[in-house]
Design a protein around this ligand. Structure first.
Ligand code: NFS
Ligand code: SF4
Length: 635
């Protein structure tokens, strides 16, 4: 596809990345500030020039302020998505003719109970209204704690209380970051980062968790589903529509519109063999998990998708959408349609999505795509015929069943497998793509190394799409890539060695799974005690910074492929890679080589196994750190 793009004279993210070299060293090190108009200021990393900004801010203050603003931005993105989901649930409650419905009543009732809502004698819509109201309240809450934080192990909650980071309201924590990072407010780097942690927790255990749970209620909780992935899912004989972005309120309705008989008939009248819908980025994961809609690709593939010349419409809502798409779409016949009042793009046709007329608008968009198919420029078509089969649809509600708890609905089989050393541990490999490394390289190499060492992998976001394209999400992958322990587990229960848990807001599912593992017993008192680790080998978005911080603050060891922009600020760097562990049990490491990064994760898992007095891995593993205490592992 890159060769094709080149021959067509298309400029892609990789070309722009190359043109941008060398990138600004001050920015990379986190040593520039323009938080006020006395600046911009920059600190000299070599010690010859200024060591403080004009106001007197040191490198640590400047880098910490910027870092927590990144958290605020990321937490806002996830949480505003959560807010939109609440809004949709409220609409369902208020309007019986609404295009959306309650698809998982049992989950709605469970949530109502958890939120202390009286359900006796209430209709489903009344319960939905009450749940929506309580969830909406979590955004504007002024004090107390975000309700779902109670899902975390008690020991973790105790640490949050001890260090004053229990999140109050979701919006409040973000606003407080914006206040405290103004010139002349909070000038203690650790104090700033603790507020960053508070806002990140409000995201993971608040905004993101609400987005996940209410999406399950509205669109149904996912279950195992098969599909396939990569640009080869595009079909020259069908109308091809790609939905790109994040919020399932839009993509769910596009799914419904493409299945409408009237639309299918219209497509056939134009000579098409039907309508082919594919997803891109996290909205792809949402509709894959619930409907089996194939994955067209991840973040870096968005321009290439249009470059196939086969996309009749690319429909976008919010987040991770390149502003370059409109220009590229103009080179082809592709309709590039923006739908959110929050996100408009150059050269896009804007058809505003309004939840109260959701299906009608979705049909209007799909009709436009169908009518556009005859305009394809045959000479520009290039379809890379590559796809891989996959299994997705793992959740906190079904993962224990998948792992052998069928006859006893509990996490016991999973915990037992870890305690016995059949599984050395578990890892979450998540997050974005970046043009700084070869496409998907970080995800693929890291995952292979973990699997070979009997570390079971959970995945979400663009990493899940990378894993899907690499073929990791099918059960057979265990035989090809995994160690003997994972092979035994996968053979016994028929799961892939890499479990797809959804979009990036669905990292909240991973928090719940880990909390459930702690509650099951035998693996310590908190998430930080588990033989587990997380990674975002190719992170690029501010959302990933928020995720990283809520994982670390929840006790998780997290390896990032690229450092935060803090390397010029030693105090901040040392705090996030060391000091923070004493507060919350988790910490960051930065490692660009995915194999070395995987080994840091494995080292951590082995230390946790030793702390829990668990034996080493049951089977021979290729990587055994020198410090290993196990009996059967060999170097
Ligand atoms: Ni996550 Fe999903 Fe992908 Fe990164 Fe963007 S799509 S919300 S931010 S690039 S994983
Ligand atoms: Fe410079 Fe301080 Fe203003 Fe930042 S806040 S631009 S360091 S004077």
């Amino acid at each position: 596809m890159l060769k094709h793009a080149q021959s067509e004279g298309l400029e892609t993210v990789w070309d722009r990345h190359e043109k941008m070299q060398p990138q600004c060293g001050f920015g990379q090190l986190g040593l520039c500030c323009r938080n006020c108009a006395m600046g911009p200021c920059r600190i000299d990393p070599f010690g010859d020039g200024p060591s403080e900004g004009i106001c007197g801010a040191t490198a640590d203050i400047i880098a910490a302020r910027h870092l927590v603003r990144m958290i605020a931005a990321g937490a806002s993105a996830h949480s505003d998505h959560g807010r939109d989901t609440v809004h949709t649930l409220k609409m369902v409650a208020e309007d019986e003719n609404c295009d959306y419905q309650i698809r998982d009543e049992a989950k709605l009732r469970r949530l109502a109970e958890e939120l202390d809502i009286e359900t006796e004698g209430k209709s489903v819509r009344e319960i939905a209204g009450a749940v929506a109201e309580v969830c909406a309240g979590e955004f504007g809450r002024q004090d107390g704690k975000i309700t779902f934080t109670a899902r975390a192990p008690e020991e973790q909650q105790r640490r949050w209380r001890e260090h004053g980071v229990v999140p109050r309201g979701i919006d409040r924590e973000v606003v407080e970051i914006m206040h405290r990072t103004n010139i002349g407010v909070d000038n203690d780097p650790v104090n700033l980062i603790l507020q960053g942690v508070r806002s990140a927790l409000a995201d993971g255990w608040g905004g993101s968790m609400i987005a996940t749970d209410l999406s399950d209620v509205l669109f149904r909780t996912p279950n195992w589903i098969v599909s396939y992935a990569n640009l080869g899912i595009l079909d020259p004989e069908k109308v091809n529509i790609i939905v790109h972005g994040h919020e399932p309120t839009l993509s769910e309705m596009i799914v419904a519109a493409t299945q409408d008989p009237e639309m299918i008939e219209l497509a056939e009248s134009k000579g098409a063999k039907g309508i082919n819908l594919g997803g891109m980025c996290c909205t792809a994961n949402e509709i894959l998990m619930r409907h089996g809609v194939p994955l067209a690709g991840n973040f870096l593939q968005q321009e290439l998708a249009i470059g196939t010349g086969l996309v009749d419409a690319m429909i976008v809502d919010v987040q991770c959408i390149f502003p370059s798409l409109g220009k590229i779409a103009q080179r082809y016949h592709t309709k590039f349609i923006s739908t959110s009042p929050k996100a408009k793009f150059p050269y896009a046709e804007h058809i505003e999505f309004d939840e109260s007329r959701a299906l009608d608008i979705a049909k209007e968009i799909v009709r436009g795509a169908i009518e556009n198919m005859p305009n394809r420029k045959k000479t520009s078509v290039n379809l890379p015929e590559m796809t891989k089969p996959l299994v997705a649809g793992f959740t906190a509600e079904n993962i224990y069943i998948a792992l052998g708890g069928r006859y006893r609905p509990s996490y016991r089989p999973l915990n037992d497998a870890i305690m016995a050393g059949r599984l050395r541990g578990v890892a979450a490999v998540v997050g974005c793509n970046t043009p700084k490394v070869k496409l998907d390289y970080g995800h693929i190499e890291m995952t292979k190394e973990l699997l070979a060492n009997d570390v079971l992998v959970a995945t979400t976001g663009c990493s899940a799409i990378a894993g899907a394209k690499a073929g990791f999400l099918c059960p057979e992958a265990a035989m090809e890539y995994a160690g003997k322990g994972i092979q035994e587990v996968c053979r016994a229960v028929g799961i892939p060695p890499v479990l797809h848990l959804g979009s990036c807001v669905d990292n909240s599912r991973i928090l719940v799974v880990l909390s459930n593992m702690v509650a099951e017993g035998g693996l310590g008192d908190s998430i930080g005690d588990l033989p587990a680790a997380g990674a975002a080998p190719e992170w690029m978005s501010e959302k990933a910074v928020a995720i990283g911080f809520y994982v670390v603050a929840s006790g998780g060891f997290t390896v990032l492929g690229e450092s935060f922009p803090i390397e010029g600020a030693k105090g901040v760097y040392d705090f996030v890679t060391e000091g923070i562990e004493e507060y919350f049990g988790g910490k960051f490491a930065f490692e660009g080589d995915p194999i070395k990064a995987a080994r840091l994760m494995i080292d951590h898992i082995d230390v946790k196994r030793a702390d829990l007095k668990l034996p080493g891995p049951m089977y021979e593993v290729p990587y055994a750190p020198k410090t290993q205490t196990g009996t059967t592992a060999v170097a």
